[in-house]
Design a protein around this ligand. Structure first.
Ligand code: FE2
Ligand code: FE2
Length: 303
């Protein structure tokens, strides 16, 4: 066996370096929002059929009521997100980011309107979302009164990371939408798509106003306790009210879905932890292919 010549070795080194660089670029798709990424405001108007099954997600009370609990949090939560971003709107000088903020506000405002309708529909079927909505609105008011505007925006940035993860890695990546009643799936598809589209707007505003890393990270820690805690408490309450609390088969099935196979929550943990990196940017994870596919499938003419 002959030793490699210096030229051959150099070629080998260059090849390895190129491969490593390519892998790094693939892993970190973007360190900033891609140019022209302005959230598009769509104004669909969903209707809900009276004969829709009670457990419209895969005939499963746990998953259906988990989404119902989340739906109750959207109107008060999204109002808070809009206000926390709007507070700094005058300080944004970048015209692209100004446009993105207008798109973000338009999208979130319309999500709230549509989820109010959905919540009304579920309320009529005996799922008491009005009480949850009132409770969450009260909690958001406590945050408004007690947190600085910077921390309120950091709160929005943290929850937006959660919603983007849920949209991309929970609703769009697996067969969640396909296993829902086809008359219920479109609102969740639309909301998930738009959450992915505007996932970096609050973050970019936070960076533009010089928001602190300490506040960003510590607020995520607080959100990471509060968000799952509230969601679990509300889910248990709704299951109890529906007379399904002792439905062990449903609890086991949902636990397996979240943490076993496919294990959607378990699998999104690595993406969640990336938030704590000082180099984190929501577009480090580029889900545009997934979103484009979902737009074609679920949004039709108003994609
Ligand atoms: Fe939203
Ligand atoms: Fe959002």
């Amino acid at each position: 066996m002959t030793a490699a010549t210096p030229v051959a070795r150099l070629k080998q080194v260059r090849k390895s370096a190129t491969t490593a660089l390519k892998k790094a670029v693939d892993r970190v798709a973007f360190t900033a929002t891609p140019p022209g990424m302005i959230p598009k405001v769509r104004r669909p108007d969903f209707e809900y059929a009276k004969d829709m099954p009670m457990w419209w997600w895969d005939n499963d009370p746990v998953r259906t009521l988990l989404l119902a609990a989340l739906s109750s949090s959207f109107p008060p939560g999204e109002r808070f997100f809009i206000d926390s971003v709007r507070h700094y709107q005058d300080r944004i000088t970048d015209p692209e980011l100004q446009k993105a903020v207008r798109g973000f506000i338009g999208q979130e405002a319309h999500h709230s309107r549509e989820h109010e309708q959905l919540n009304g529909f579920l309320q009529e079927r005996g799922i008491d979302l009005a009480r949850l909505e009132k409770e969450i609105a009260g909690f958001m008011n406590v945050l408004r009164k007690n947190l600085s505007p910077e921390r309120q925006l950091a709160h929005t940035v943290a929850v937006e990371h959660f919603t983007a993860l849920m949209a991309e890695e929970f609703l769009l990546k697996y067969d969640a939408l396909e296993t829902m009643d086809p008359r219920m799936a479109p609102i969740w598809a639309w909301h998930a798509i738009e959450e992915s589209e505007h996932k970096a707007v609050a973050f970019d505003v936070y960076k533009a106003i010089g928001g602190s890393e300490f506040v960003r990270v510590t607020e995520m820690m607080a959100v990471s306790v509060l968000f799952p805690l509230f969601s679990t408490i509300h889910l248990v309450q709704l299951m109890k009210e529906a007379g399904e609390l002792g439905n062990l088969k449903a609890w086991a099935g949902a636990a397996n879905y979240m943490f076993g196979t496919p294990g959607v929550f378990r699998k999104l943990l690595p993406s969640y932890f990336k938030y704590y990196s000082p180099t984190f940017h929501p577009w480090n994870h580029d889900a545009r292919d997934l979103v484009e596919k979902a737009k074609k499938k679920w949004l039709g003419d108003w994609a």
